[in-house]
Design a protein around this ligand. Structure first.
Ligand code: SF4
Ligand code: SF4
Length: 101
């Protein structure tokens, strides 16, 4: 089974699907982002496959990339399932431009 979710422009039907993907929206006033540690990442695609909001896509080299951090709910599934501890989710503090851990 190919776990990789390729990047690229989604079709209209895919866009509609993405709008309803996942069960929750980020909590009010909270936003999240991810860090990917490239030296540890083996581009397996698991994080992309498990993200319920389809925030993570793989580029042409198979490297995971956050395509829309506004969609991220901070659920942590990508971090939980990464076998190489190569991804970390954290809250973004938009006002101060810093992060809460
Ligand atoms: S699950 Fe981990 S190792 Fe696999 S592509 Fe994502 S960040 Fe890289
Ligand atoms: S924490 Fe990870 S799995 Fe959850 S929505 Fe954000 S990018 Fe996707």
């Amino acid at each position: 089974m190919d776990l990789r979710r390729k990047s690229g422009s989604p079709s209209q039907s895919e866009k509609g699907k993405r709008d309803t993907a996942g069960s929750t929206k980020p909590k009010k006033g909270k936003s999240f982002e991810i860090d990917i540690f490239r030296d540890w990442c083996k581009s397996c695609g698991i994080c992309s496959a498990f993200c319920p909001r389809e925030c993570i896509m793989l580029d042409d080299d198979g490297a995971p990339t956050m395509i829309d951090s506004d969609r991220c709910t901070g659920c942590g599934w990508c971090e939980l399932h990464c076998p190489d501890f190569a991804i970390r989710v954290h809250q973004r503090n938009e006002k101060a431009g810093t992060e809460d851990v």
